[in-house]
Design a protein around this ligand. Structure first.
Ligand SMILES: [Zn+2]
Length: 402
């Protein structure tokens, strides 16, 4: 079975290479924005769609017009047109309309070919030969595996990173482990498994909230765009980056652990609508008051769940397992013994006591067992149930696409 896996490292660039990376990323951003504007205009004025091949032809013209566009590797610029094409495909499938890119936000570029790993300098420093940039070093935190398909170079918090997207041939998974669990999501208990195991979450944001608020106050006092303002701004970005990394690391470890020991995992489907919107609002207006802070907290927590679900799904697939998502309905209010559903069954956040049969249990554990049972009925109903949920989903999604 061929799977694709990505390996990300911090680059060790010379001053010249750094400025070259900035220039390439800038050119890619320029091509993206110009192509997007043109696509928009052609559609609005002539109702015509520009394909990426049309845009590749135009790119040749733009290069004649602007000398600096000849500096980046041509494949990186063509890749931009390809990515834009994909962004539009995603849009027609119900995702957001492609956005114009701003300097300093998601700076980067892709190299679809011409990448060769060469002998490493030392145990900790790997080296790779890239088009135009020649030999660059990177901090080798682990060994990349498989065959490199393409690389992505990105900048965050003034540092450059390289991600190798690799194709790995893994042995066909056997489904010897037939363990099945339901998991209930929580805040203090990150996941409660139906087999009784509980995994507690990390809260890097909560731990760093005071520091973050202090830095944000400091930023507000600084004169905008002054050198001190920039310094504080960078500190805030680095803190956010650190928090995100702690969380991501935790999500990776937890999902690997669960996918390794179980072949079927049932989880409640997340409600994603509005989550990204609230996160956006707080990003532009970060943590000025308690309300904004708590919504920031929430939105990041939600994003973590989205990521966790994604990790869990592909990691289970690699091992021949499966993730089943069920619609969230009364799983926390239903007694797993007699099936009685009532709000009064919940004494408090932690405890569950059935008012009908008297069954007492940890509330999350009761919910996770219900979730597993719900998963089994989804499997039993099979294709029919799946088709109806998909239909429902499409119906609810439609208005968003317009
Ligand atoms: Zn009961």
């Amino acid at each position: 079975m061929i799977i694709s896996k990505s390996f990300k490292y911090r680059l060790r660039l010379t001053k010249e290479q750094q400025s070259l990376c900035n220039q390439i990323a800038g050119s890619c951003r320029y091509v993206w924005n110009r192509a997007l504007a043109l696509k928009k205009k052609t559609w609005e004025e002539k109702k015509q769609r520009l394909s990426r091949f049309d845009l590749d032809k135009l790119l040749i013209e733009w290069k004649k017009e602007l000398v600096w566009l000849t500096l980046p590797p041509s494949q990186s610029l063509q890749q931009v047109n390809k990515d834009l094409d994909q962004a539009f495909k995603n849009f027609f499938r119900g995702r957001g309309y492609p956005k114009f890119k701003k300097k300093g936000i998601h700076d980067g570029f892709r190299l679809p070919q011409g990448v060769t790993l060469i002998d490493q300098l030392s145990r900790k420093v790997g080296r790779v030969r890239l088009p135009k940039l020649d030999i660059v070093g990177f901090t080798k935190s682990r060994e990349p595996e498989g065959k490199i398909r393409h690389v992505t170079i990105t900048k965050s918090c003034q540092n450059w990173y390289i991600a190798f997207n690799c194709e790995i041939d893994i042995p066909k998974p056997d489904r010897r482990a037939q363990s099945e669990i339901g998991i209930d999501r929580g805040i203090t208990t990150f996941v409660q498994c139906s087999d009784g195991a509980a995994i507690y979450g990390v809260s890097p944001l909560k731990k760093n909230l005071n520091r973050l608020v202090k830095l944000q106050r400091k930023l507000a006092r600084r004169k905008r765009f002054s050198s001190n303002w920039k310094k504080t701004k960078l500190k805030i970005q680095r803190l956010h980056f650190y928090i995100a990394n702690v969380r991501k690391d935790f999500l990776h470890k937890t999902s690997t652990q669960l996918a390794k020991s179980h072949s079927l995992i049932v989880m409640e489907k997340l409600k994603t609508k509005g989550m990204t919107r609230s996160a956006k609002g707080t990003k532009e207006n970060p943590g000025k008051n308690v309300k904004a802070k708590s919504s920031l907290n929430r939105s990041i927590l939600d994003q973590g769940w989205q990521m966790f679900q994604q990790f869990l799904s592909y990691k289970l697939n690699w091992r021949g397992g499966e993730l089943i998502l069920i619609p969230p309905q009364n799983t926390s209010l239903k007694c797993r013994i007699c099936g009685h559903i009532s709000k009064e069954n919940r004494i408090n956040q932690e405890e569950f006591q059935c008012i009908n049969c008297g069954h007492t249990e940890n509330a999350d554990l009761n919910a996770s067992i219900n979730i597993l049972a719900e998963g089994h009925s989804v499997i039993a109903c099979g294709v029919e149930a799946l088709a109806s949920t998909l239909k429902q989903e499409l119906q609810t999604r439609k208005p968003e696409m317009v």
